[in-house]
Design a protein around this ligand. Structure first.
Ligand code: PAF
Length: 282
């Protein structure tokens, strides 16, 4: 597996693969790869002949006071994991390659409505940063297919909407969340947790499971249910950011008729903000 750092090199390698009739898959990441990322690569390999992974800690999607500087950067270990997974090419650009004129002057892509509320409310500008960098990666790689994790449920909805609204010729695949044995969703940010926090962090998934079970059991009083669940998160050591049930595809507030739902939660364990979700049918 080659690693390239410039758009020119990336385009040259992909042009060769495409001239051989290969279908191109893209797995965008911010690195510090874990089994969840490798599942994305495996899925891309099932849908494409030539898989490109990108590693870029995108400053445009981090807000002031967030963990841009401390975000783990583990390129050598990530390269080894990608080689083992059978990835064909790694694109690992510097910030100056992605934003040569600086971030202020960068043309931005903004997806309304679906990016508002939930993480969009807690992290203003975050999804503009995501949709801008993903658009750029799509234009650089021109993949036939791209794979994203369902753990970042709202991000996936934003990207699907962007692709539809801007007629981007790429198939988007959502990969189910990979969990640790106890159920905690794998995330690079889990590495910030100390042992006690890591132990307590499972409460996020458990609380979401409790909400799903209650709704499937016929509880339709969502405000009371979510308030109760939020208290449970607090008792487990979390500082809840949001806990909401939404219609699964659009992420709008659910009506009584909607049967495809998703419960989404974000909460701080110490300084670490964790997110998780469960899509379900009622
Ligand atoms: O999910 C991530 O790792 C990032 O948000 C993404 C999609 C690679 C864009 O920077």
């Amino acid at each position: 597996m080659n690693t390239v750092k410039t758009v020119a090199e990336l385009r040259a390698v992909i042009a060769r693969a495409r001239s051989q009739g290969k279908r191109i898959g893209l797995v965008p990441t911010m690195g510090n790869l874990h089994a969840g990322h490798i599942a994305l690569v495996n899925t891309a390999l099932r849908h494409a002949d030539f898989v490109v992974a990108s590693i870029f800690v995108n400053p445009l999607q981090f807000g002031r006071g967030e963990d841009l500087d401390s975000y783990p950067r583990t390129l050598a270990a990530d390269q080894d994991k990608l080689v083992d997974a059978g990835c064909h090419l790694l694109f690992a650009p510097d910030v100056s390659e992605m934003y040569p004129d600086g971030m202020e002057q960068q043309t931005k892509v903004s997806v309304p409505v679906v990016s508002e509320g939930l993480c969009g409310a807690s992290r203003p500008g975050h999804f503009d940063g995501v949709s801008t960098v993903v658009s750029k990666l799509f234009n650089m790689v021109q993949p036939d297919v791209a794979v994203f994790g369902q753990k970042d449920y709202q991000q996936l909805a934003v990207i699907r909407t962007m692709v539809r609204d801007l007629n981007m010729p790429v198939q988007i695949i959502g990969e189910p969340t990979v969990r640790a044995e106890d159920g905690l969703a794998l995330s690079s940010r889990n590495g910030y947790l100390d042992d006690t926090q890591r132990h307590d962090a499972i409460a996020l998934y458990r609380v979401l499971q409790g909400v799903v079970e209650a709704i499937q059991g016929g509880n339709n009083d969502l405000p009371a249910l979510l308030q109760h669940a939020s208290k449970d998160l607090g008792s487990a050591g979390f500082r809840p950011d949001y806990l909401e049930v939404r219609e699964a595809a659009s992420l709008r507030q659910p009506s009584a008729q909607d049967s495809q739902l998703v419960v989404l939660g974000a909460a701080f364990m110490g300084n670490t903000r964790l997110i998780d979700n469960i899509a379900f049918e009622r």
